[in-house]
Design a protein around this ligand. Structure first.
Ligand code: GDP
Ligand code: MG
Length: 174
């Protein structure tokens, strides 16, 4: 039977592991522990239909381009994470999305959520919400954009709600 793989991608330190940790276990740690690759198998019953979802947490390290490409090839869904306090990490999300479009012919049908983490650090904001949302809309990802704080548990459950929404109703090409 089919397992669905949702891959977390984004620059190192943006909070990929923290978002997952918060969602799956309800916890947060200030300590930074670098990820190599972690797979979290899950099962959900939605309207009495059983969904098997594996969350893949990645290093987000572009030092391993082949590994990154493989994770894109094998994904059934994407969560692309940046930090609202670091412009470079948003650029990396844009690059990731370009690569996904390149590698996956049916990218319009693949659930994808863009996550701006570190919302608790509003004073250090470098990426305006409007600019990020505008980019997302232009890429037909507007319905899958959200700003969150893994630290303060803001918006985290919405990340997964937005993913699920796209499973039920794929984005359309314009
Ligand atoms: P990853 O490399 O993308 O997996 O990033 P991590 O999840 O390991 O987080 C990197 C560091 O940022 C850790 O020290 C976390 O405690 C911290 N961090 C993660 N999310 C947040 C957040 O929403 N707000 C703040 N202030 N710190 C965060
Ligand atoms: Mg990590």
């Amino acid at each position: 039977d089919q397992r669905n793989r949702v891959v977390f991608l984004g620059a190192g330190g943006v909070g990929k592991s923290s978002v997952l940790q918060r969602f799956l276990f309800g916890t947060f740690s200030e300590k930074y522990k670098e990820t190599i690759e972690d797979l979290f198998p899950n099962e959900y019953d939605i309207n009495s239909v059983n969904f098997k979802v594996d969350f893949l947490d990645t290093a987000g390290n572009i030092a391993f381009p082949a590994m990154r490409r493989l994770s894109i090839v094998n994904a059934h869904g994407f969560v692309l994470v940046y930090s609202i306090t670091n412009e470079q990490t948003f650029e990396e999300v844009k690059q990731l999305w370009e690569q996904i479009k390149e590698v996956r012919e049916n990218y319009q049908e693949i659930p994808c959520v863009i996550v701006g983490n570190h919302l608790d650090e509003e004073n250090n904001r470098q990426i305006e919400r409007f600019d990020a949302l505008n980019w997302a809309y232009n890429e037909d990802l507007g319905g899958g954009f959200i700003e969150v704080s893994a630290k303060n548990d803001v918006g985290i459950s919405d990340v997964f709600r937005l993913l699920l929404q796209q499973v039920k109703k794929p984005r359309v090409k314009h």
